[in-house]
Design a protein around this ligand. Structure first.
Ligand code: NAD
Length: 655
């Protein structure tokens, strides 16, 4: 375990919490210590109140922040004395505790303090660090885990049995810590949960964490060395994944995304000879259960998983009021010999988090097996975490999801103009978006977002199409919405000068490529949880062609007819297909400033007059077209197919 502390870097952080922030981020930067929002840190200090008095204060990580990116505002200042007073209560329900923690906060706008705030207050050191280090979790999830921990650390750490985080854990610590702490004590291990380190400075607490976890890692490397998986060539039949997604979404009651990790390590784990046993013992730490559910699904029998989940719920639910709907009975992790580790989530970010968590879990399980057998907490403890009042309250607070949450849209011609605006419109509505374009700029559009995948491909080359649909499936599990937008508009040419090559090129891109994509995408759209939708970008030229645009107008008219036939043929699959007919959308690649100036001059108008040359005298932008296109895929158009809508500010030849 590498010690990342650097005095020069640390000194760059200013303010009372400076070193606390710096070392928290160092912890957060190591996924073997904490993953996605896990872990927490604190510092004891003083703050001045409005009366000018010094008040003993605990600065503790607020819920919802991530150690890797934590800032001063993410630490909540709470009254230290209130924490100690709360710890002396005999009993405190979790809901009451959450309220009291909030009341003890010195800033009403600060986030809710960590549920482990009281525990942090009780540890008599200025800096306290807490992680869910893989090495600690791996060792404590074994039959004689506690003995191993004592063997590794002797009296340098205090060991607590598993207790749910919150008041009960704080109470236990209040009892055990003073009784067992010695001058040599530098940490505390919570069985099946994680580890605390503490010190008088941020550096000391951090370095103790690194040293303690490093010792656990050394122990594992000696007793349970993990070798890299042998190379396995992936051989998945990708169109089967959208079918599985449909069943999983039906079990959940809403659309979900699936993400396949078919690396050799993931495939080897899914094909492990004992997978049926080792994967069904529970998560590495109860902290993961909200993301991953208690158990992964093996293979593809969604109904069996759903039944087992409902049984588990009924068996463990102590309150008749507890609604199963708060957590649906669909899996969040699937282990499949072909698709490897498949993670399931409402957003692309969720699927990435689940994948990360389970990739770590796999290694923890394999190491636990080498140490004589991986074990997890019992069902009852796990159920209490899964249906914890505080977690349920968080889910309720999250509010209604966006219109296209859990759905996938593919937009062609996404690098520029209307296509680019469509990507934004679908992302805004919560969809994961695949943008395809011959222009490689499409890849960098949103390269930092999990919910965007840019693919460079020439759609007029039919062999590209299978590949890009496969990538879509691997990243997001299927396809719900298809926006056929890519198109070219070659310069005006009268029929007597129109060559075969130009005619064929326009047809190949504006027409043939769309047929090929529709044909290949049909099985995916058919498997879409809320039924597939196709939006086609036609043109005003369909109802009102112009001279000099024979190839373009003919291609768009044929595309319109193709879409109308698809509406008839695919209606039985409940796939809806509608068209928009834009005209004169100037913030696009089709129109350059020179062409615009030329056309305006040709009609004896200024550029501005030319832009608004329609019945309403309104300029139509690519965003207007994109918003209409997205709405066509939404609830408003649920009962409409085969429709054609002009978006042109009103055109006297169309009206
Ligand atoms: P644009 O040039 O800004 O965008 C078209 C995109 O399609 C470009 O990024 C281009 O690289 C891509 N593309 C072209 N050939 C491709 C291929 N073989 N494979 C993959 N990608 C390819 O123009 P725009 O105006 O945004 O055009 C979008 C659609 O809107 C087109 O179908 C066009 O006919 C239609 N349309 C535009 C207007 C307008 O006034 N701008 C009017 C009516 C219809």
């Amino acid at each position: 375990m590498k010690n990342l502390w650097n005095d020069t870097e640390a000194a760059k952080h200013q303010g009372i919490l400076a070193e606390r922030i710096y070392s928290s981020r160092l912890l957060g930067a190591n996924p073997d210590l904490v993953l996605h929002g896990g872990g927490n840190t604190s510092m004891k200090g003083v703050s001045k109140n409005i009366f000018g008095e010094n008040e003993a204060t605990l600065f503790v990580k607020g819920s919802g922040s991530d150690l890797a990116t934590i800032e001063a505002k993410d630490f909540v200042a709470v009254r230290f004395d209130a924490m100690l007073k709360l710890s002396r209560l005999e009993k405190l329900s979790d809901i009451d505790m959450a309220r009291e923690l909030k009341l003890a906060s010195l800033d009403p706008n600060a986030p809710a303090p960590s549920v482990e705030a009281i525990l942090h207050a009780l540890i008599p050191y200025r800096f306290v660090d807490h992680t869910h280090a893989d090495a600690i979790v791996a060792i404590t999830n074994t039959a004689n885990g506690e003995a191993r921990i004592r063997e590794i650390y002797g009296d340098e750490v205090i060991v607590l049995p598993y207790v749910m985080p919150g008041f009960d854990l704080a109470k236990l610590c209040a009892e055990v810590f003073p009784a067992q702490a010695t001058p040599r004590t530098i940490g505390m291990v919570l069985m099946n949960h994680g580890i605390f380190s503490f010190g008088d400075t941020a550096k000391q607490a951090y370095e103790r964490m690194i040293a303690l976890v490093g010792r656990a890692e050394d122990y594992l490397n000696r007793n349970a060395p993990l070798l890299p998986a042998a190379e396995i060539a992936p051989t998945a039949n990708w169109p089967e994944l959208p079918e599985l997604r449909k069943k999983i979404s039906a079990a959940a009651g809403f659309p979900l995304l699936l993400r396949s990790n078919n690396s050799s390590a993931a495939l080897a784990f899914a094909r492990h000879p004992d997978i049926a046993a080792i994967s069904q013992r529970g998560p590495a730490t109860p902290d993961h259960i909200i993301r991953t559910k208690r158990l992964p699904m093996l293979g593809r029998d969604v109904e069996a998983y759903e039944r087992a989940y409902k049984q588990y719920f009924e068996k463990n639910s102590t309150s008749a009021k507890m609604p199963l709907t708060m957590l649906d009975p669909a899996p969040r992790v699937i282990l499949d010999p072909e698709f490897g580790l498949v993670s399931v989530g409402r957003s692309a970010r969720d699927t990435q988090i689940v994948e990360d968590i389970y990739a770590h879990t796999q290694d923890i399980i394999l190491r636990g097996e080498m140490l004589g057998g991986y074990r997890a907490l019992g069902e009852a403890d796990l159920f209490s975490m899964e249906y914890w009042d505080l977690e349920q309250a968080k889910l309720k607070k999250a509010g209604a999801p966006k219109a296209f949450a859990g759905e996938v849209a593919l937009v062609t011609g996404a690098a520029s103009g209307i296509g680019k605006a469509c990507v934004q419109a679908f992302l805004n509505r919560g969809a994961a978006v695949v943008g395809v374009d011959i222009n490689p700029a499409v890849e960098a559009l949103y390269s930092d977002r999990a919910d965007y995948l840019g693919i460079t491909a020439d759609l007029s080359a039919p062999e590209a199409i299978k590949g890009l649909l496969e990538q879509t499936i691997r990243h997001y599990g299927g396809l719900d919405m298809l926006v056929l937008n890519a198109g070219i508009f070659p310069g005006g040419k009268k029929i007597n000068a129109l060559g075969d090559d130009e005619w064929r090129k326009v047809m190949a891109i504006n027409l043939d490529a769309n047929l090929a994509l529709m044909r290949e995408a049909h099985p995916l759209l058919k498997a879409a949880p809320r039924y597939g939708r196709v939006a086609v970008i036609g043109s005003k030229n369909v109802p009102a062609p112009g001279p000099g645009a024979a190839a373009y107008s003919a291609s768009k008219a044929a595309l319109t007819q193709l879409a109308r036939v698809a509406a008839l043929e695919w209606g039985a699959d409940k796939i809806r297909i509608n068209l928009v007919h834009p005209n004169a959308v100037f913030d696009t690649g089709i129109w350059t400033p020179e062409v615009l100036a030329q056309r305006a001059a040709h009609y004896g108008m200024t550029v501005d007059e030319y832009k608004r040359n329609n019945v309403l005298h309104e300029e139509v932008g690519s965003k207007d077209v994109a918003e209409l296109t997205a709405e066509m895929c939404g609830a408003l158009f649920a009962k409409i197919t085969g429709a054609q809508i002009p978006i042109d500010g009103g055109n006297d030849r169309v009206i």
